[in-house]
Design a protein around this ligand. Structure first.
Ligand code: MTE
Length: 400
């Protein structure tokens, strides 16, 4: 209930001023929690104030589904709970600005500085969007599904859209969710209802969801165009602000996540004991890919990329792939048997021989996904500072 919501004095690092609330966990804290991020450490990205929604408001919540469909309908949360199959799925959300800080160090972009903690995973409970669309019966002319939240932003509510063909593909796992880690969504995460879109940037997972429209054209919401773009070089932030056309160019719109990874251990500037040459040091971190693709290799280098060491990868979501997985005492039934796609991050680790750390000033990680896309050596600096996925590095120091 609203009384039980987690207060904001949590261990998140605020990235913007007091308002709106944007925050990430320290990478070490995030990593230590493992596969499922507790809600109090889950990153938050809000464009404006969180709508004040009481439990009573939630009881009267109305989701309007309209536009090019044979069965336009207004559904309450109770309708959603009872008319459709309820599922719980693990999903990793990633802000398109994850790792932007590195870009801002090179040149300030339009966005604020995320470290590598703009990524989190939760067990989301709700229903498949595909089932709701089937219920609404889109007409042949419908090509897009538009989603709108009820936050009150200067240029209208937050909204964006999906291609209908993607949205009705159950494999892609898009959900209307009311639960997060076994409890109601926190206000910061979209209470009482949000869209959850696995494998795409977090910006597609509309919070405080009130409206779904079937349409022949994509969303016309301000932030559908003026956000979540990787604009081409050499556009600096000032020109980007003035530039109008490119924001409307769908080629630059970000949908699926790109392959990315980060080192959680050691921490930046950690002093390592490399005096015992026969010892090993466990290097660990996370990786993820987009579009449902799997990370197939993660490699480490201690010599600026001249040679690489292959790490071992663990995909915790695989445990949920057997039908009717029920052994989790808190979250109950989690069932990924509807999909072959990857929705979550993975973890990698490597026992680095201390010998290889001796004299090294940095450890570098890069990942590859099953489409053989690999993280680039060089940064693709861009005006919005989004989708930064060049090789991640931590500086290390050694005991003399
Ligand atoms: N939905 C609404 N209504 N308003 C928002 O500001 N932010 C988006 C998305 N959905 C946003 C939204 C962005 S950019 C991201 S990355 C995710 O929500 C973040 O979700 P979280 O705060 O639950 O982590």
């Amino acid at each position: 209930t609203p009384d039980e919501w987690i207060p904001r004095d949590r261990e998140l690092v605020r990235l913007t001023g007091k308002h709106p609330f944007n925050a990430e966990a320290k990478l070490g804290d995030l990593y230590t929690q493992g596969f499922i991020t507790p809600s109090n450490l889950f990153f938050v990205r809000n464009h404006g104030a969180v709508p004040k929604i009481s439990q009573q408001d939630a009881n009267n919540w109305k989701l309007k589904i309209h536009g090019l469909c044979a069965n336009p309908v207004v559904l309450t949360l109770a309708d959603l709970y009872t008319k459709f199959r309820v599922v719980t799925l693990p999903v990793t959300l990633v802000c398109a600005g994850n790792r932007r800080k590195e870009q801002n160090i090179v040149q300030k972009s339009l966005g604020f500085s995320w470290g590598a903690g703009g990524v989190s995973t939760a067990l989301f409970t709700g229903i498949y969007l595909a089932d709701v669309l089937e219920y609404a019966r889109p007409t042949r002319s419908a090509k897009h599904v538009i989603f709108e939240g009820c936050d009150d932003l200067p240029n209208g509510p937050y909204g964006t859209s999906q291609l209908l063909n993607w949205a009705r593909d159950r494999q892609k796992g898009m959900m209307l969710a009311w639960g997060m880690n076994g409890l109601a969504l926190e206000p910061d995460h979209g209470y009482p209802l949000r869209l959850v879109v696995p494998s795409q940037i977090g910006g597609r997972s509309v919070k405080w969801l009130t409206r779904i429209e079937l349409s022949a054209t994509e969303s016309q919401h301000h932030l559908h165009f003026h956000d979540n773009k990787v604009l081409p070089m050499p556009l600096g932030p000032e020109q980007a602000r003035k530039e109008q056309e490119w924001w409307y160019d769908s080629r630059y719109m970000i949908r699926e996540l790109s392959v990315n990874s980060a080192i959680a251990c050691p921490d930046h500037n950690e002093v390592l004991d490399t005096t015992t040459a026969s010892a090993t040091y466990t290097v660990q971190g996370y990786a993820y890919a987009g579009g449902g693709r799997r990370v197939t290799r993660v490699e480490l280098s201690t010599d600026s990329g001249a040679t690489w060491n292959l790490t071992s990868i663990n995909y915790p979501e695989d445990a949920f792939r057997s039908a009717g997985y029920t052994s989790d005492p808190i979250y109950g039934e989690v069932d990924m048997s509807d999909t072959e796609m990857c929705y979550c991050w993975c973890f990698w680790s490597y026992e680095m021989p201390v010998k290889r750390l001796q004299g090294s000033r940095a450890i570098i990680v890069r990942a590859m996904d099953e489409s053989m896309a690999v993280q680039p050596r060089d940064m693709y600096w861009n005006a919005t500072g989004m989708m930064n996925n060049w090789w991640f590095r931590v500086c290390i120091h050694q005991l003399e």
